[in-house]
Write a protein that binds this ligand. Structure first.
Ligand code: AVJ
Length: 322
């Protein structure tokens, strides 16, 4: 079976509206901020894939180690007919699950959902080619907003990998998990990957690599706004900052203005001033403690059944049922 055309649940018009609203709100705020989902145009998605191969960026390798070891258990415990992946990106690690389900039998449909059209196009075509027995239905969407439109029926396994849940702040996480729980039914499962709290000397370089790939990824959001909203950001006039917040236990990526600037955003008829050294927050990447993950899932009405880590204890993967 070949890949069906992408189901565009989040239409280009909705995306454009969301970007405009986020830029208007975030650049007017004090301190200024932008949501991380706008990193992921074609170039941003490629830069992220490059990040996952950096020596400093341990989360991808650590999560892959967990999945390589536990995928057969996950297939057996969930007996899923439909695998839904939120924020799927390239779905590279998800292949470990697809392989296990192929051996276990029973999985019929794979539904990757991502905000990046380019990443989805590639992943759906490649996976449909490599897993000819699977029905592959890509959804272009924002995982915090499309949960009521997930395919229904059959036992479902929703996977949310990479630690992307850490891009939500605690209140957003509680809302997201509650909406996720409401979208699921008894017999369905959720598999969630979380980067774990550890020495900041390990975490910080993962977000501030020596080769400068993460810095380019961070600045890419300015290129997206320049292109989509006719803005005139000079990306090189912003320094990449990866700040560890020990109280919140999260990394904040920021862009720090190297000099005072006035930015025009023509599509919004907006002028934004930056003072020298003013910082724009572009991402929160929360790190978790095992007890905290379980408590958040339980509070949302899930029953966590398994918690696995890689041999070095860097990254956690939790399986929960409804
Ligand atoms: C894919 C969202 C989990 O937060 O670690 C990588 C994105 N940001 N380097 C993360 C990211 C900077 C990544 N997530």
């Amino acid at each position: 079976m070949s890949a069906e055309p992408l189901e565009i649940y989040l239409e280009e018009r909705d995306l454009d509206r969301a970007l405009r609203s986020d830029v208007r709100t975030g650049l007017a705020a004090d301190p200024k901020w932008l949501p991380p989902k706008w990193f992921y145009d074609a170039r941003g998605s490629e830069l992220f894939e490059e990040i996952t191969r950096l020596p400093e960026y341990y989360p991808t390798r650590a999560e892959r180690a967990v999945l390589a070891e536990r995928a057969p258990d996950i297939a057996a415990a969930t007996g899923a007919k439909t695998l839904i992946e939120l924020g799927s990106g390239s779905s590279e690690k998800t292949r470990l699950l697809l392989d296990a389900f192929t051996r276990h039998g029973g999985l019929g449909t794979f539904v990757p959902l991502d905000v990046s059209v380019s990443a989805l196009r590639q992943s759906t075509v490649q996976i449909a080619t490599d897993y000819p027995a699977l029905r592959v239905r890509g959804i272009v969407g924002d995982f915090t907003r499309q949960l009521d439109r997930l395919p229904t029926g059959g036992r479902r396994l929703v996977v949310f990998l990479g630690g992307t849940i850490g891009n939500l702040v605690p209140a957003e996480r509680a809302d997201f998990l509650a909406a996720m729980r409401a979208a699921l039914e008894p017999g369905d499962h959720l598999l969630v990957g979380t980067d774990l709290v550890k020495d900041p000397a390990v975490i910080v370089p993962a977000y501030d690599d020596a080769a400068g790939v993460t810095a380019e990824f961070n600045r890419n959001v300015l290129r997206v706004i320049n292109r989509e909203l006719d803005a005139d950001f000079d990306p090189d006039a912003f320094a990449h900052v990866a700040h560890w917040d020990p109280a919140q236990e999260w990394i904040e990526m920021r862009l720090r203005a190297r000099r005072p600037m006035r930015i025009r955003v023509d599509a919004l008829d907006l002028t934004v001033g930056f003072a020298a050294d003013e910082e724009l927050r572009t991402e929160v990447s929360a790190k978790f403690r095992p007890a905290g993950i379980g408590a958040e899932l339980t509070a949302a009405g899930f029953l966590p059944t398994e918690f696995w880590t890689d041999p070095d204890g860097l990254f956690g993967v939790t399986l929960a049922r409804v």
